[in-house]
Design a protein around this ligand. Structure first.
Ligand code: SAH
Ligand code: SF4
Ligand code: F3S
Length: 460
C-alpha cells in the first residue's frame, strides 16, 4: 500500500473519532462466493483495522456494512439482492451507517445500475479492481456523504503490500494471481475480475514465509487457473517451480492450491506434488463435462482423453491421490447422452468429492446466446442422478480407507456431535473424539469407520 492510502486510513480514523465514540467503530463484512473473495475481504479488513475499526457479527451494531458479492450464478446474485434489501431497515434505524457493496457482481454495469436505481440506501459501490484505493474511496464517502460508484478503475498491475487480516489463525489463503484469461463460454469471472496477472514469486514466497512463521499450518495458493501462473512476468518461473520454491521453506505446514485448469496441468506439476514435502496429495481439477462436444462449446480447450491422461498420470505418480472436480449440468445444448458421458467419467476417475452446479445463464457470456434443449425439470433430474452416483463413489472410496493411518490437521469442534473435525492431506474429513486443545495441530489418526463421505477415526 502506498503512503497516500495509508494517509487516508489515518484520516478515516480521525473522522470516526470526530463522532466521539467511547469504543471503536464497528464493521460488519459479509463475503459471498469463492476464496478469491474471501482473500479480498481479508485485505479490506486489514485496511479497516488500520483505520481503527473492530469487527462485529451483527449488522445492526455496525457503523460500516460491506457485502463482498459473487456473480458466478444467478442464485448467488439473487441472495445478495435479497440481503441488500433487508439492510433498508437497519439504515432506517441507524441513518449514519455506511452501506457498501463490492466484489464481482458490482463489476457488471447492469447490476450497478439496478443498485443505483432501486437501493437508494446503499452509499458506496466499488469493484474488484478498486481494492488498492479503498481507503481513499471510503474517506471521500465519509467526508462528503455522497453516494459513490467506483467501478471503472482498472488495476493495471498487481498491487502489493495491502495489509491482511486473516479470518483463521492456522488455515489461510494466499493469492498468487488475479483475474482470468480463459473465457470459458459460461463464465462471468473474466469479465468481473479482469485479465490474468501474476504476483512476483518474490512477493508470494515472502508472504508464505511470513504465514509459516506466524503458525499457519494449511496454506492454499489461490488463482482462477494457478497452472498458468507466471505468464507475463519477467522471471523464469511457472507454477510447478513456484510450488517447489515454497515447499523448500522449512516448517510444520501443508500446501494446497486451487484451481488447476486441465488444459495447463503439466506432468512437471504432478511430479512436483509427488516429490513434495509439504504439498498435499490432492488435486482439484475441474472437468465441467465428460462430453467432448460440450467441452468444445464450453471453450475449455481439452478433451476427455487429455483429461484422463492427466488423471492417470497423477494416479500413477502420487500414491492415494485424492481428486476433486467441478461439474456443470445442463449447459446449453446438453443432451442426456452428453450427460451420460459425464456420469461415465466420474465413475472412471472415482473422485473423492465433487462441486456440482446446474448451468446458470450469465448475461454477456457467449453461452448465454446458445440454444438450450433440455428443460429445467430434466436438468434437475440429471443433477439428482449425478449426486447419487457420486455419493456411491465417495462412500466406496471412504470405506476403502478404513484401517489406514492418516496425518490430519485438527480443525474445529463439530458442535452437533461434539467431535473434532480433522482433514487429511487428500482433503477428506475425519471426525475424532478428543480434547479441543489439539485444534490447530497435526495428528496421526487411524480410520475406524466410514459414514458415507465422512470418516471416523481415533488418535494414535
Ligand atoms: N477458475 C475455476 C472456477 C471458478 S468458478 C476453474 O476454472 O475451475 C467455480 C465453478 O463454478 C466452475 O468451475 C464451474 O463449475 C462453476 N460455474 C462457473 N460459471 C457457471 C455458470 N454460469 N453456471 C453454473 N456453474 C458455473
Ligand atoms: Fe471461469 Fe474458466 Fe476462468 Fe475458471 S478458467 S474462472 S471457469 S473462465
Ligand atoms: Fe464468485 Fe467472483 Fe469468485 S464471481 S466465484 S466471487 S471470482
Amino acid at each position: 500500500m502506498d503512503s497516500t492510502q495509508q494517509e487516508y486510513l489515518n484520516l478515516i480514523a480521525e473522522i470516526m473519532d470526530v463522532r466521539k465514540r467511547s469504543s471503536k467503530p464497528l464493521a460488519y463484512i459479509h463475503t459471498y462466493g469463492c476464496q478469491q473473495n474471501v482473500a479480498d475481504s481479508e485485505k479490506i479488513k486489514g485496511m479497516l483495522f488500520l483505520a481503527g475499526f473492530d469487527f462485529t457479527e451483527a449488522a445492526e451494531d455496525a457503523d460500516f456494512i460491506l457485502f463482498n458479492t459473487c456473480a458466478v450464478r444467478e442464485h448467488a446474485e439473487d441472495r445478495v439482492f435479497g440481503n441488500v434489501g433487508a439492510l433498508k431497515n437497519i439504515k432506517r434505524r441507524h441513518p449514519s451507517v455506511i452501506i457498501a457493496l463490492c466484489g464481482c457482481m458490482m463489476e457488471q454495469a447492469h447490476v450497478a445500475e439496478r443498485i443505483k436505481r432501486s437501493y437508494p440506501f446503499v452509499n458506496l459501490v466499488f469493484g474488484t479492481r478498486s481494492l488498492f484505493h479503498f481507503p481513499e474511496i471510503l474517506y471521500n464517502v465519509l467526508l462528503t456523504g455522497d453516494r459513490t460508484f467506483e467501478r471503472d478503475i482498472t488495476e493495471k498491475s498487481v498491487c502489493e503490500g495491502l495489509p491482511v487480516l486473516r479470518d483463521g489463525s492456522f488455515k489461510g489463503w494466499l493469492p498468487i494471481m488475479y483475474g482470468c484469461d480463459n473465457f470459458c463460454s459460461y463464465c462471468i469471472v473474466p469479465y468481473v475480475r479482469g485479465r490474468e496477472r501474476s504476483r512476483s514469486s518474490e512477493a508470494v514466497i515472502a508472504e508464505a514465509k511470513d504465514m509459516i512463521s506466524k503458525g499457519y499450518k494449511d496454506i492454499t495458493l489461490l488463482g482462477q487457473n494457478v497452472n498458468s501462473y507466471g505468464k507475463g512476468l519477467n522471471e523464469d518461473i511457472n507454477f510447478a517451480k513456484l510450488l517447489k520454491e515454497i515447499d523448500k521453506i522449512p516448517g510444520d505446514y501443508r500446501l494446497r492450491f486451487m484451481t488447476s485448469h486441465p488444459k495447463d496441468c503439466s506432468k512437471e506439476l504432478i511430479d512436483t506434488i509427488a516429490e513434495g514435502t509439504h504439498i498435499c496429495t490432492h488435486l482439484h481439477l475441474p472437468f465441467q463435462s465428460g462430453s467432448d462436444r460440450i467441452l468444445k462449446l464450453m471453450n475449455r480447450k481439452y478433451d476427455r482423453k487429455k483429461y484422463l491422461e492427466i488423471v492417470n498420470y497423477a494416479k500413477e505418480k502420487i500414491p492415494n491421490v485424492s481428486l476433486t472436480s467441478d461439474i456443470i449440468v445442463g449447459f446449453p445444448g446438453e443432451t442426456y447422452e452428453d450427460f451420460c458421458d459425464t456420469i461415465s467419467l466420474i465413475k472412471e476417475v472415482e473422485f473423492s468429492s465433487l462441486f456440482t452446479f446446474i448451468y446458470s445463464r450469465r448475461k454477456g457470456t457467449p453461452a448465454a446466446e446458445m440454444e438450450d434443449v433440455a428443460t429445467d425439470a430434466e436438468k434437475s433430474k440429471w443433477f439428482t442422478e449425478l449426486l447419487k452416483t457420486q455419493e456411491e463413489i465417495a462412500a466406496k472410496r471412504c470405506a476403502s480407507m478404513v484401517g489406514e493411518t492418516h496425518r490430519v490437521l485438527v480443525e474445529e469442534k463439530n458442535e452437533k456431535n461434539g467431535l473434532l473435525t480433522c482433514r487429511t492431506s487428500g482433503n477428506i474429513i475425519v471426525e475424532i473424539e478428543s480434547d479441543e486443545s489439539i485444534i490447530g495441530t497435526f495428528k496421526d489418526v487411524k480410520i475406524t469407520e466410514a459414514r458415507n463421505w465422512i470418516l471416523r477415526g481415533v488418535l494414535i
